[in-house]
Design a binder for this molecule. Structure first.
Ligand code: HEM
Length: 372
């Protein structure tokens, strides 16, 4: 018995050391990429907007010191597309919220993507995805999908093609964080941002073909939309006085009674929670009225470390622990610093042009041996 405990302690130490090493290597790689490439590791293509966020008057979630009924925040949201600088590609879209209209500081940042499940669900699968992406964005991604059919599901449900507005899509945090109410009880939380009024069907949802071939990300051959069409439409909409309106919602789940033993599978971002049993509850309304400049969008960063103590990020124990994704994300503050440092050293990259004939446009060649 004593020997078993000793062995368990050794294994736990080994797992923590492995996590620390992987975190160090990933952080070094993504920071070097941001520094030398002068880029966001992902979601380079985006537009920042500002507006107001108001906590609902009659919350249905347990009382919480940070989410006070009726409280208003000046907020900043950046909408973006993951990985490619072309709004007309088949890509994941995002909404990141700061509970303050600022470049860095904020009492809470929430980073959300379209779709309910992501392409990776712990540090181990993230490293696999990263290594395959290093072979060229999109090009080597297929080998990763072959190894992880769940990633193909994540890609299929998360990509959007040619949405008409950022305001007609739904965005999910995907990873699980903590919520400590005034009752002192720890619960797990997920958030999502949905259009207000809610839409039956999201704009840009993939059809059957795109859903099952999410790695074929190029725009249609005869595409007439420009590379910047969605950001331009957003700016035009706000300048015409038509706000982007959303509801921010929270999904809560009790902690299992015992801390011992394996973690429940439902902590994984690959496992969405049943919305009948764990309904999304209205948390706040969000109204965006102003499109910020390109420079302001580039100078803004979102960071998981921006959160109050009563909305904690659970600690990870290993590279297979679902919380290890957030562990990597916390460390990736260095990539943000590296990106801003690169602007200081070499100037901010120019906004990319509308044309796909420009040198910076990356197309994906026909892929060999795609998943079945
Ligand atoms: C399901 C998991 C994840 C979600 C939902 C997510 C979401 C996002 C979003 C929405 C953005 C864009 C923020 C913006 O507009 O500036 C972003 C950027 C970024 N993410 Fe993630 N992410 C995830 C996992 C990770 C992981 C595992 C890492 C590990 C290194 C990471 C590192 C980064 C970095 C470095 C940026 C660019 C930051 C900058 O330069 O400002 N993300 N992510």
């Amino acid at each position: 018995m004593v020997r078993n405990k000793f062995l368990d302690a050794l294994i736990a130490i080994y797992h923590r050391l492995q996590l620390a090493l992987v975190t160090l290597l990933v952080t070094l790689l993504v920071s070097a990429n941001s520094l030398f490439g002068r880029v966001r590791m992902s979601h380079e293509n985006g537009i920042a907007c500002s507006g107001r966020l108001r906590i609902v008057d009659d919350p249905k979630f347990p009382p919480h010191d940070f989410f006070q009924p009726g409280q208003e925040f000046a907020c900043r949201v950046r909408h973006a597309a993951a990985s490619f600088k072309d709004d007309a590609k088949l890509v994941v879209r995002s909404a990141s919220i700061k509970f303050q209209d600022d470049r860095f500081d904020s009492p809470l940042d929430l980073l959300m993507n379209t779709g309910t499940v992501p392409l990776f669900w712990n540090a181990r699968t993230f490293v696999g995805f990263m290594i395959s992406s290093m072979g060229g964005k999109g090009k080597s991604y297929v080998s990763y999908l072959r190894r992880h059919p769940q990633a193909a599901v994540g890609g299929g449900v998360s990509v959007r093609r040619n949405p008409e507005s950022f305001g007609r899509m739904k965005y999910h945090t995907k990873t699980v964080t903590g919520f400590i109410g005034r009752d002192g009880v720890f619960r797990y939380a997920r958030y999502r941002l949905v259009p207000d009024p809610e839409v039956e069907q999201e704009s840009g949802e993939p059809d059957q073909w795109d859903r099952h071939h999410a790695w074929l990300q190029n725009p249609y051959r005869d595409e007439t939309r420009t590379r910047n069409y969605l950001k331009d439409a957003t700016r035009a909409q706000l300048e015409a006085g038509n706000a982007l309106c959303y509801r921010l919602q929270i999904q809560l789940r009790d902690k299992p009674p015992s801390e011992e033993g394996p973690q429940p599978q439902w902590l994984s971002s690959a496992v969405p929670w049943d919305e009948e049993r764990f309904p999304y509850l209205d948390l706040a309304t969000v109204e965006l009225n102003t499109a910020l400049s390109y420079e302001e969008s580039m100078l803004t960063w979102f960071h998981m470390g921006n959160h109050p103590v009563n909305l904690p990020i659970p600690k990870a124990r290993s590279i297979d622990d679902p919380h290890s994704l957030n562990h990597l994300r916390l460390a990736s503050i260095w990539a943000r610093r590296a990106r801003l440092l690169s602007y200081r050293l070499r100037g901010m990259p120019k906004a990319f042009p509308n044309t796909r004939k420009a040198d910076d446009w990356v197309g994906i060649p026909p892929l060999r041996d795609p998943p079945g």
